[in-house]
Ligand binder design. Structure first.
Ligand SMILES: *Cc1c(COP(=O)(O)O)cnc(C)c1O
Length: 232
């Protein structure tokens, strides 16, 4: 408990400082705790320390934790690749999906969202550095995809999710996040429901916050190094 609490406080402090250094108003950057590979007991500790938003990449692992932690009032974000055969369980169990990069997936999520639940919050994942190995819509296709997604009934377009190429310098980080910020501001102008720019991880959250991130997705700095290899 103490350890989780300390790590959470230090990440919150880091975010606060980064907001100050960027001359941004305090308290606007949200923290998503990325809990892939960690057992439900570790999430519960963080939740007891005040963290409510959790991000998961792998469906089966996530469903178990969602069930185990059902007594807590948590907000669940799916941030891994979405295959067609997974959309039903994702639509039924998550509050947000940040990794939507094609209309077919958004359409299925909308069709399969249980009607008693509020619309599923959607971020479009953009392949900001146009990497062959990475998921995400190409920046040139973003506005067209967003227009189509915004018409769907049971999803709500909230913004963008960005995973830039691994950068060797802070300048490279700033450049990629800066381009993301420009796309985001275009998107926001076109769609009034848009309020979320999800970018920044443990190693680059400062650069992301300086370029306008509104939600950082933090795993390692909150939970420690992951022992299980990242399956992506
Ligand atoms: C694992 C993961 C993170 C967290 O990365 P850390 O470097 O551990 O903070 C953030 N976003 C996505 C999409 C991830 O898969």
């Amino acid at each position: 408990m103490t350890n989780s609490k300390t790590r959470l406080q230090s990440v919150m402090n880091f975010i606060k400082l980064a907001e100050q250094q960027a001359n941004r108003p305090p308290g606007l950057v949200k923290l998503l705790a990325v809990s892939k590979t960690w057992p439900a007991s570790r999430l519960r500790e963080l939740a007891e320390a005040g963290q409510t938003r959790f991000g998961e990449n792998y469906l089966q692992e996530a469903l178990q934790k969602i069930a185990e932690l059902a007594d807590l009032n948590l907000e669940w974000h799916f941030i891994g690749p979405v295959q067609s055969n997974k959309t039903r369980d994702i639509a039924a169990n998550f509050d947000w999906v940040e990794s939507v990069d094609r209309l077919k997936i958004a359409q299925r999520l909308s069709d399969q969202r249980p009607t008693e639940k509020p619309p599923l919050n959607i971020c479009l994942q953009v392949n900001i550095d146009d990497e062959a190995s990475k998921a995400g819509v190409h920046p040139d296709g973003l506005m067209e995809l967003a227009a189509a997604v915004s018409q769907l009934k049971n999803v709500r377009l909230r913004g963008l999710m960005i995973i830039p190429a691994i950068a060797e310098t802070v300048e490279q980080q700033l450049d990629a996040f800066g381009r993301a910020q420009q796309l985001y501001s275009q998107l926001k102008t076109a769609h009034s429901s848009v309020d979320t720019l999800s970018m920044g991880m443990s190693a680059d959250m400062q650069a992301a916050i300086s370029q306008g991130s509104s939600m950082v997705r933090i795993g390692t700095a909150l939970f420690g190094e992951r022992h299980t290899p990242n399956k992506q």
